[in-house]
Ligand binder design. Structure first.
Ligand code: MN
Length: 721
């Protein structure tokens, strides 16, 4: 198995390294006490993993040591290095997070815990289609970005030592690396890490193809070297003439990028290799632009190929000038121009922050500040916020403003829009789950269905047979799926309710004819269906409930036999249908007269709204007094429940705070104010109209009496339109 390393010279030192050689490296950028803490973490891990071996046969502790070594090459801080030393301790040795906290402080314990959590998720997530979601979620749920960096270093060392695993496991890990870890490294601007992930992953997934490309590169390298040196020499010479300090480096494409280009752009190997690429590294941004001018005068630039990523950095913070030139004999030459700092950023991305933290007196110009705004922003938030939850919120917003990622109890990942609730989640799982949902657990704790979900949470929906969606869910769901499903159900529900209302209406109508629905024979029903042309009795009941058919007439048709008129004669005295206040969607209370329990009422049947309850003396119901088939006599049930809207008008003298006093007085009397409007035309008197929810007339009378006692109130009256 071929080994590719992004740090060829340095990692050679770390292979088979000891804690002492690592300490020497750390001495170049960490303080003595910090190095001592890293060493202490190492010896702790050595003890904890004692007796455990890696598949290579080496003591287990060589792995965390190597992971710390990778982070040391990126000049990561001492806490990250300590976490690297301890990263498998919780998972593999049963030592608790609390114990680590007591030994090494909470920050390190949190980091180790974060890495362990990411590792556990890896085990659950099998579906490859979820790779992208997983990437995003891993990023979103890591409370501290250093968790990701430790995890990446862990994965990098495992990839470097992949050869010892069985082929199927090797392929699985390689695929996961290509699908998840390489893109994360790229997102964080960590070019070196990404390239090594890709080359190691590609070599493990497709060993034959990798070998062939590797051999081909070797084959052309000899011919290229001469041309590369010639171009490099002439660029360098010209820059020197102009007095610019610059390093000119020849670049070679990495294995996987060659493979990808051949595959996706359908280019031949020689076409890809026919391009010569250089990087020019200079001391300042200013020099970047002057060097650009210099190379453009040396070779002709290819039109449309110049890109200024210094002024407009890439989303991951990458900065550089890119240009393509026509070289000798028209050979294309790709040039990247950047400062040392941009180079460091381009190679190590977010991790470069820790390197630059140790340098002092660094002048920051505006484009530099802009380039690193993203990375810097994240890190500053983390440093200043202190609250890790706030940090994760901010990271999430920066990276993925609109989505959250949550788990089902089985470990599947669901992507939902920001602000989604458990109800949205339930409908995302299945509409049956949504419809039967009654409660939820978020991370195993019972939570309100309306609570906003956060990335990384596990959401469990508790369903109950026969449960129904609540219309109030429409106030907080955000997904279209939940919204449409709830609406659809309610519509369906209306149908069921109209059936039951129809049954009650017909039964009441039959009672007034001294019979009941139970006494009606099938034969009578069939006769009615034949007469009306409706094919099912339930449909007929539904039509009654919806107001498309009068119950009184239908009752008469049911009981009338040829020549029997006695039933019709009795129809004069209907027995009133009782209103309980709990009927649901199909009974509406009129918005004109606002009837409340205690008021004499009548039901008007309308085909759009079902039955609407009006006051008997409402002008709208008076009109239908001569159309008995459209109206139903009603009464309030003795046990009527609920809150009924009713409109009142209060005239009061204008004074500061009087409306507030009015509102407070009303709500203190157990009534809700549903709507309030004030008419201010009169300079002295305000006319306030409001709709308040009351239980009955007695309740209303008490409220009106108490409102009258408010100083400044001139008049209180119930109003009807
Ligand atoms: Mn590990």
């Amino acid at each position: 198995m071929h080994q590719f390393s992004i740090f060829p010279q340095k990692s050679a030192n770390f292979r088979g390294q000891s804690i002492d050689t690592l300490s020497d490296t750390l001495a170049s950028y960490l303080a003595k006490e910090q190095i001592d803490q890293v060493r202490r973490a190492y010896f702790y891990a050595e003890q904890a993993h004692v007796g455990q071996r890696r598949r290579t046969g080496e003591p287990y502790v060589t792995h965390p040591l190597a992971v710390a070594g990778i982070l040391a090459e990126m000049h990561m801080d001492h806490q990250s290095l300590m976490a690297a030393m301890l990263h498998d301790v919780i998972e593999d040795t049963g030592i608790s997070k609390a114990a680590l906290g007591a030994q090494f402080g909470d920050a390190v314990a949190e980091l180790v815990d974060g890495v362990s959590k990411l590792t556990q998720i890896e085990f659950q997530s099998r579906a490859e289609a979820q790779a992208e979601n997983f990437q995003k979620m891993a990023m979103a749920m890591a409370k501290d970005i250093r968790v990701i960096l430790v995890k990446l270093a862990d994965r990098l060392h495992n990839m470097r030592t992949l050869g010892v695993l069985k082929p199927d496991k090797r392929r699985r890990i390689a695929r996961e690396t290509l699908e998840i870890y390489a893109p994360i490294a790229q997102r964080l601007g960590m070019h070196n890490m990404r390239v090594e992930f890709e080359d190691l992953g590609f070599s493990a997934m497709h060993p034959m193809r990798a070998d062939r490309i590797r051999a081909a590169i070797k084959g052309v390298r000899g011919n290229r070297r001469e041309i590369v040196e010639k171009i490099r020499g002439s660029i360098e010479h010209n820059l020197q003439l102009e007095g610019h300090q610059a390093r000119v480096i020849g670049r070679e494409k990495h294995l996987y990028s060659i493979y990808r280009k051949m595959k996706t752009k359908r280019k031949s190997f020689s076409e890809i290799m026919d391009i010569y690429a250089f990087r020019i590294i200079v001391d300042s941004v200013d020099t970047c632009y002057r060097v650009l001018g210099c190379v453009h005068s040396l070779y002709k630039p290819v039109p449309g190929q110049f890109k200024d990523y210094i002024a407009i950095p890439k989303a991951n913070g990458y900065q550089s000038l890119h240009t393509v030139l026509f070289g000798m004999q028209g050979v294309p030459i790709e040039i990247q121009i950047r400062t040392e700092e941009m180079e460091e950023m381009a190679n190590n991305g977010i991790a470069a922050h820790w390197l630059y933290k140790t340098n002092t007196g660094e002048p920051t110009n505006s484009s530099h500040a802009r380039a690193r705004r993203w990375v810097q922003g994240l890190l500053e938030m983390q440093q200043h916020a202190g609250d890790s939850l706030e940090f994760i919120e901010n990271v999430k917003i920066d990276l993925f403003p609109d989505e959250i990622y949550v788990f089902t109890p089985r470990g599947d990942i669901k992507e939902l829009p920001q602000g989604s609730t458990a109800v949205d989640f339930a409908y995302a799982v299945h509409s049956d789950v949504g419809n039967a949902c009654v409660a939820c657990r978020i991370n195993r704790r019972l939570a309100p269905l309306s609570e906003h979900l956060q990335s990384g949470q596990t959401v469990e929906i508790i369903t109950a047979p026969g449960a129904q969606p609540n219309p109030s869910w429409l106030n907080f769901v955000v997904t279209a799926k939940a919204r449409t499903s709830i609406r659809h159900f309610l519509k369906h529900c209306r149908k069921a309710e109209s059936l039951s209302l129809g049954k009650r209406l017909l039964d009441t109508a039959l009672n007034s004819l001294d019979t009941s629905l139970a006494q009606i024979s099938d034969e009578q029903k069939q006769r009615l269906l034949r007469a009306t042309g409706v094919d099912q009795f339930d449909k007929l009941l539904e039509e009654i409930g919806l107001g498309n058919r009068a119950s009184f007439i239908t009752a008469r048709q049911l009981v009338s036999r040829a020549g029997d008129t006695s039933a019709t004669n009795k129809a004069a005295h209907h027995e009133a249908l009782a209103i309980h206040g709990t009927e649901g969607l199909l009974i509406n209370f009129a918005k004109c007269c606002h009837p409340i329990p205690g008021d004499p009422i009548v039901g008007l049947i309308s085909s759009e709204k079902g039955m609407v309850v009006h006051m008997v003396n409402c002008h709208n119901s008076v009109e239908t007094h001569d159309k008995p088939e459209r109206s139903i006599s009603l009464r309030w049930a003795d046990d009527v429940q609920g809150e009924f809207g009713c409109e009142i008008r209060v005239d009061l003298e204008k004074s500061r705070g009087v409306i507030a006093t009015l509102a407070t007085r009303i709500t203190s009397l157990d009534a809700n104010i549903k709507r309030i409007t004030a008419d201010d035309d009169n300079p002295r008197i305000s006319i306030v109209r409001m709709i308040i929810g009351v239980h009955n007339r007695v309740h209303l009378a008490r409220i009106m009496k108490r409102v009258r006692t408010i100083p400044g109130v001139a008049k209180v009256a119930r109003i009807r339109h």
